[in-house]
Ligand binder design. Structure first.
Ligand code: NAD
Length: 455
């Protein structure tokens, strides 16, 4: 079935150019309408898969995607225009351009934590850039996978966009086929498999991965810092690739910070958090057990209320150490280790010694601390004095570095990701400079002088 789908997409394009700008806009508009038509079912699916509140589903999945579509429709004419650049004078008269071209057939593989947005958002970039796409949503968020299929089927352009549902078997079958670009979001272990399979055909690949995103709290504004940290941490029940994974702070600020976290969590979700419509659930029992078995050597300061039947784990604050087990891997759940480190520079040294994170957060008062953090830490993205918000700014590229990924997207950066940049130089027959042609005798010293002057 997969091979048939790919053959069909190939046949559809034979002898025809990839999507024109008007066709791209038409596809994006039709996608927009389809999402609007299905919005109630999308909310329901996200509620069933992740217990996601309507508010979080709206801001981080549906509205996020609709905004990206609107921006792409508005900007695609200018994004797709060839850009004129300078030419070396020795080739005068000449004109040089960069032409963005679609790669062709794109494969988008998504994860389960923002299961709608994380396949639709790259799809928008792929379509705006004029590609065909096959998307493979995560099989773990099963309800959302179904509704994504419905949304795409309603667009009704199977030669240009289709969905393949399924798990490892289907993804492997897709990776057996030749694509012109692969865009994968998920964990690094699978990321390595994808890259290995892509290498066979030299297929360019974006890997949007995760890891432990640190959060430094070296400010006197403890109350506001705690509010912003727990918001970012417990959004989607801690299952955000950019959630602050752990907090490092001065020993003297710890008690105040923990109290402020408790205060804000109670304010956000009430006294009975399990009854809050705003607090999500862990995706499934495998991940629930993984998280619960991950903090056996750290002292629980607050939370750790569990209901295995519904995969409910209340927001949990831990007293941890730098060498606690929970500091080994990404937590990806509602557990926040709080760790004492004497000062900012020791905390920065610690982060610099670890893998490059997807996001790095720091709350500071002193400008010198902010500058030091920005200068010393390499990360996919960084936010000073807040959490998560950088990914909602489409002007900023979103992606990782090192262990946290390869490549970036959002807004114009998505268009760039899914476009090959073709260099085009146009010359005229009017003027011929013979200096470059053999025989070279007597030309070297002249060309040296000229290049030193103008080169
Ligand atoms: P997942 O288990 O849903 O896997 C992601 C995709 O890989 C799925 O479509 C799945 O079918 C496919 N897959 C799984 N095993 C495979 C295999 N052996 N061969 C081929 N394909 C396979 O999601 P996940 O990996 O658990 O997602 C969570 C991770 O993703 C976390 O590390 C998180 O930080 C990261 N993440 C990163 C971003 C980002 O934008 N950088 C966003 C969300 C999640």
């Amino acid at each position: 079935m997969i091979a048939e789908l790919i053959n069909r997409q190939d046949r559809a394009l034979k002898g025809r150019p990839l999507a024109s700008i008007n066709k791209r806009k038409e596809l994006l508009s039709s996608l927009y309408r389809s999402i609007e038509n299905c919005s109630q079912e999308i909310y329901q699916a996200l509620q069933l898969d992740l217990g996601k509140s309507k508010f979080e589903a709206y801001v981080s999945e549906i509205d996020f995607v609709l905004h990206e579509i609107k921006r792409a429709i508005k900007m695609v004419d200018s994004w797709a225009k060839p850009k004129r650049v300078g030419s070396p004078w020795v080739f005068f008269p000449a004109q040089s351009y960069i032409y963005p071209e679609p790669y062709g057939k794109v494969l988008i593989i998504g994860p389960w934590n923002y299961p709608f947005m994380l396949v639709l958002s790259p799809l928008i970039g792929a379509l705006a850039a004029g590609n065909q796409a096959i998307i493979k949503p995560s099989e773990i968020s099963v309800e959302t996978s179904k509704i994504i299929t419905k949304v795409i089927n309603q667009v009704g352009e199977p030669d240009l966009i289709s969905v393949v549902e399924g798990g490892i078997e289907e993804t492997s079958a897709l990776l057996d086929c030749q694509f012109d670009y692969i865009f994968y979001t998920g964990n690094g272990q699978v990321g390595r498999i994808i890259l290995e399979r892509a290498a066979k055909n030299l297929t360019p690949t974006t890997l949007e991965l995760g890891g432990k995103s640190p959060c430094l709290v070296y400010t006197d504004r403890i109350d506001l810092a705690a509010k912003r940290v727990v918001w970012g941490k417990f959004f989607n029940a801690g299952q955000s690739c950019v959630a602050p994974d752990y907090v490092l702070l001065k020993p003297s600020n710890k008690a105040k910070f923990v109290d402020a976290c408790k205060k804000w969590l109670t304010h956000f979700y009430g006294q009975e958090i399990d009854r809050s419509a705003d607090y999500g659930r862990v995706i499934n029992s495998r991940h629930f057990n993984r998280i619960c078995n991950y903090f056996t050597d750290a002292e629980v300061l607050w939370g750790n209320v569990r209901d295995a039947k519904s995969n409910y784990l209340s927001p949990t604050l831990l007293d941890a150490k730098l060498d606690s087990k929970i500091m080994e891997e990404e937590i990806f759940g509602p557990v926040l280790p709080i760790i004492e480190v004497d000062d900012v520079s020791a905390a920065i040294d610690y982060i610099a010694s670890r893998d490059k994170p997807l996001a790095a957060y720091g709350f500071f008062d002193a400008e010198s601390d902010k500058q030091l953090y920005i200068a010393r830490i390499t990360a996919g993205g960084m936010v000073i004095n807040d959490t998560l918000i950088h990914l909602s700014n489409a002007n900023l590229p979103f992606g990782g570095v090192g262990e946290s990924g390869i490549g970036a997207y959002h807004g114009h950066h998505s268009f760039e990701t899914f476009s090959h940049k073709k260099s085009v130089m146009r010359r005229s027959f009017y003027f011929e400079n013979s200096l470059r042609y053999p025989p070279y005798a007597g030309k070297l010293s002249l060309i040296r002088k000229i290049l030193a002057l103008f080169g």
